[in-house]
Design a protein around this ligand. Structure first.
Ligand code: C2E
Ligand code: MG
Ligand code: MG
Ligand code: MG
Length: 295
C-alpha cells in the first residue's frame, strides 16, 4: 500500500511539475510577446487596416472601422485576437489605443485631401475597456481632431460592454465628453459581454453593433434570428441605430435590411483593407455615385 501511495504521489508530483512547466512556458511566451509588442509600438511596426461599413438600405459605404495590424520582425502577421489581450494585460493598450486614434485621424485626413475636400466617410476607432478605465481618452481624441483639422462627427468610438462594468460613473463622464466632441458612440460586440441592460438608458450610446456570433449563420438558426430581432427592436425603441457584424452573403444582407438593421459590415463588402486600397474603394464609390446622379 505504501509503495502504491508513493507511486501515486510521485505521479501527481510529475503532473504538477508538468503543469508548472506548461504555465511557465505560457508566461514566458506572453512575456516575449509583450516585449516584442512594446518594441512594435515604439518602432512603428503596427498599422491600421480599414473595413467598410455600409448603409444596408442603400448599399453605400458610410464609414470604415480601423483595425490594428501587426507584422512582427519575422514577417509573421500576428492576430489582434492574440496581441490585443496581451496589450490589455500589460497596459500597452494605452499607448496602442492612443496610436490607433492618431493614425486613424491622420488617414482620414489623407483621404479627405485625396478627395479634394471631404471623402464623406466616418471612421470607427476601437477603444479597449482597460484603456477607458486607465486613460483619460477624451483629451486624446480632441488632440487628434485638432492636429488633423477634423470634426468630431467624423468619428465613431467603439466600446465594449466590459468598459462600463468597473466604474460606471467615470466611464459615463468620458462618454459624455466624447459626445461633447461630436463623436458617435457604438457598443461593440453587443450581446456578448454584460447582461445588465440598465446602462442602455443611462449612457449616450448611438449604435449597437450586433456581434458576429449572432449574425453569421442566423439564416438557418431560429434562435439566432430571435436574438437579432430582439436587439433590433430594442435599439429601435431606444432610438439607436444598429450595425450587423460578419455579413458574408447577399441573402444575409437582404434579410438584415428587411428586419430594419441600419448598417452592415463583413466580408461580403470587403475584408479589412490597407489604407490605399480603402481610398481606392472610396474613389470608385464616389465615381459611381457621380455617374448615377449625372445620368
Ligand atoms: P471587432 O472590433 O469586433 O472587429 C471586427 C472583427 O471582425 C475584425 O477582426 C474583422 O476583421 C472581423 N470581421 C469583419 N467582418 C467579418 C466577416 O464577415 N467574417 C469574419 N469571420 N470576420 C469578420 P480583427 O481585425 O481580427 O479584430 C479582432 C478584434 O480585435 C476586434 O473585434 C477588436 O475587438 C480588437 N481590435 C482590433 N484592432 C483594435 C484596436 O486598434 N484597438 C482595440 N482596443 N481593439 C482592437
Ligand atoms: Mg470594433
Ligand atoms: Mg465588433
Ligand atoms: Mg466582434
Amino acid at each position: 500500500r505504501n509503495a502504491q501511495f508513493a507511486a501515486k504521489r510521485a505521479k501527481s508530483g510529475r503532473q504538477v511539475e508538468r503543469y508548472q512547466t506548461h504555465a511557465f512556458t505560457i508566461a514566458r511566451e506572453q512575456f516575449a510577446m509583450e516585449t516584442a509588442l512594446r518594441r512594435a509600438i515604439e518602432e512603428r511596426q503596427l498599422r491600421l487596416a480599414f473595413q467598410p461599413i455600409c448603409d444596408l438600405a442603400s448599399g453605400s459605404i458610410v464609414s470604415f472601422e480601423a483595425l490594428a495590424r501587426w507584422r512582427d520582425p519575422h514577417g509573421v502577421e500576428q492576430e489582434p485576437s492574440v496581441f490585443i489581450p496581451v496589450a490589455e494585460e500589460s497596459g500597452l493598450i494605452v499607448p496602442l489605443g492612443r496610436w490607433a486614434m492618431e493614425e486613424a485621424a491622420r488617414t482620414l485626413r489623407w483621404w479627405d485631401e485625396e478627395c479634394g475636400g471631404t471623402c464623406g466617410m466616418r471612421m470607427g476607432v476601437n477603444l479597449s475597456a482597460i484603456q477607458m478605465q486607465r486613460d483619460d481618452i477624451a483629451p486624446v481624441v480632441e488632440a487628434a481632431l485638432i492636429r488633423h483639422e477634423l470634426k468630431g462627427d467624423r468619428f465613431t468610438i467603439e466600446l465594449t460592454e466590459s468598459a462600463i462594468v468597473s466604474d460606471p460613473d467615470r466611464i459615463a463622464g468620458i462618454m459624455h465628453a466624447l459626445k461633447g466632441l461630436g463623436c458617435t458612440l457604438a457598443m461593440d460586440d453587443f450581446g456578448t459581454g454584460y447582461s445588465n441592460l440598465a446602462y442602455l438608458q443611462k449612457l449616450p450610446i448611438d449604435i449597437l453593433k450586433i456581434d458576429r456570433s449572432f449574425v453569421s449563420g442566423m439564416l438557418g438558426d431560429r434562435d439566432k434570428i430571435a436574438i437579432v430581432r430582439a436587439v433590433l427592436s430594442l435599439a429601435e425603441a431606444l432610438g439607436m441605430k444598429t450595425t450587423a457584424e460578419g455579413i458574408e452573403s447577399n441573402e444575409l444582407a437582404q434579410t438584415l435590411a428587411a428586419l430594419g438593421c441600419t448598417y452592415g459590415q463583413g466580408y461580403l463588402y470587403a475584408r479589412p483593407l490597407e489604407a490605399p486600397d480603402a481610398l481606392a474603394m472610396i474613389g470608385s464609390a464616389r465615381a459611381a455615385a457621380t455617374t448615377w446622379s449625372a445620368s
